[in-house]
Design a protein around this ligand. Structure first.
Ligand SMILES: Cc1cc2nc3c(=O)[nH]c(=O)nc-3n(C[C@H](O)[C@H](O)[C@H](O)COP(=O)(O)OP(=O)(O)OC[C@H]3O[C@@H](n4cnc5c(N)ncnc54)[C@H](O)[C@@H]3O)c2cc1C
Length: 304
């Protein structure tokens, strides 16, 4: 408990690992805690992350980043952080019964996608084979001119379906519950774009002969890929409990230096409001790490 690190990083996804590389290379003392549930680990192969012609598997990218962070002395500790408490000269961070102190904290805990109603194993198989996809920005290109289903409704479902319209003209928006919750304006936009809308409930969702098949009250529909547009849970609870301000949906508010509204508490990646992409997580983490270094230097001159 006497030892006070310069920074505790919570989360070892693309944001947390980038920050670990930067902070370790600034000769700062850091701890990096992780639960092993990075969204990046779910990526079968990313094709939009720059620098990898031919793409790279999410788990391979994470392994390379960890190796790089470790080469500068960072160490990932597999443990869940359960609380962050601001104290006079920094923070106390609770980790599975132990308490650690740090002069600053970086939250890089990401988000968790809400999943459609299907058995876990079938879900993971569909994800691995591209029958199920979560990120049109990332992989809309891969469904160009294919038959695509979007499970969702309301404004959010409509926006996802319209975004995908830039890749294919064959799109069906399926309500996850019973009837669609689409107002007249939403319906008009979908109709103008030629996007079909079908009431739910949509279950079961099954893999059949290399296609993904959804059963709805109006019959079975089969697709090359389905995108769930069911929102996500933002893992910002630790920061919010420490006093940080978040948007209504739970995304942390930060300034241009990735500072939350709690002094010394920074945030980067999907947990922050903005584009949920690896490149953005890495960019924000670079900014956060440099801001942390400069803050600590202002408070107490660091190594010269
Ligand atoms: C199927 C899929 C495909 C995608 N494809 C692409 C793509 O092609 N290109 C692209 O740019 N983006 C893609 N993304 C998005 C990308 O994965 C995310 O934007 C990126 O992983 C965000 O990084 P992050 O570090 O903010 O969060 P994450 O990668 O989610 O990492 C957060 C980490 O924090 C840890 N954590 C959470 N809470 C705690 C706690 N209390 N204590 C300790 N550790 C904790 C978690 O275990 C996790 O390891 C895809 C996402 C999905 C789901």
């Amino acid at each position: 408990m006497d030892v006070q690190d310069d920074c505790i990083i919570i989360g070892a996804g693309p944001a947390g690992l980038t920050a670990a590389i930067y902070l370790a290379r600034f000769h700062l003392s850091i701890r990096l805690f992780d639960c092993g549930s990075s969204r990046a680990a779910l990526i079968p192969r990313t094709h939009n992350h720059a620098g990898y012609p031919g793409g790279i598997k999410g788990t391979d990218l994470l392994a390379l980043m960890l190796e790089q962070a470790e080469s500068f002395g960072a160490r990932r500790e597999m443990a869940e952080v359960t609380a962050i408490m601001p104290i006079d000269d920094g923070f106390e961070v609770q980790v599975e019964g132990a308490t650690f102190r740090a002069r600053s904290v970086l939250l890089a805990t990401g988000v968790v996608n809400n999943r459609p109603d299907m058995p876990c194993e079938e879900h993971d198989d569909a994800l691995a084979s591209g029958l199920l996809r979560y990120c049109p920005i990332c992989d809309g290109y891969e469904v160009t001119d294919k038959r695509v289903g979007v499970i969702g409704t309301g404004d959010h479902g409509m926006r996802e379906a319209l975004f995908l319209r830039g890749f294919t003209s064959d799109i069906t928006l399926i309500a996850p519950g019973a009837a669609h919750d689409l107002d007249a304006a939403c319906r008009a936009k979908l109709d103008a774009a030629g996007i079909a809308h079908v009431d739910g409930p949509c279950r079961p969702i099954q893999i059949r002969d290399g296609r993904i098949v959804v059963t709805t009250p109006s019959g079975e529909l089969d697709f090359a890929s389905i995108y769930p547009a069911l929102g996500s849970k933002i893992r910002s609870g630790l920061a919010v409990a420490a006093g940080a301000r978040a948007s209504e949906d739970g995304c942390l508010e930060v300034d241009a230096h990735q500072r939350t509204t709690v002094p010394g508490l920074f945030a980067a990646g999907d947990v922050v409001k903005g584009l949920d992409q690896i490149s953005n997580a890495m960019g924000q983490a670079g900014v956060a790490a440099t801001s942390i270094r400069n803050l600590l230097d202002e408070q107490q001159s660091i190594r010269r």
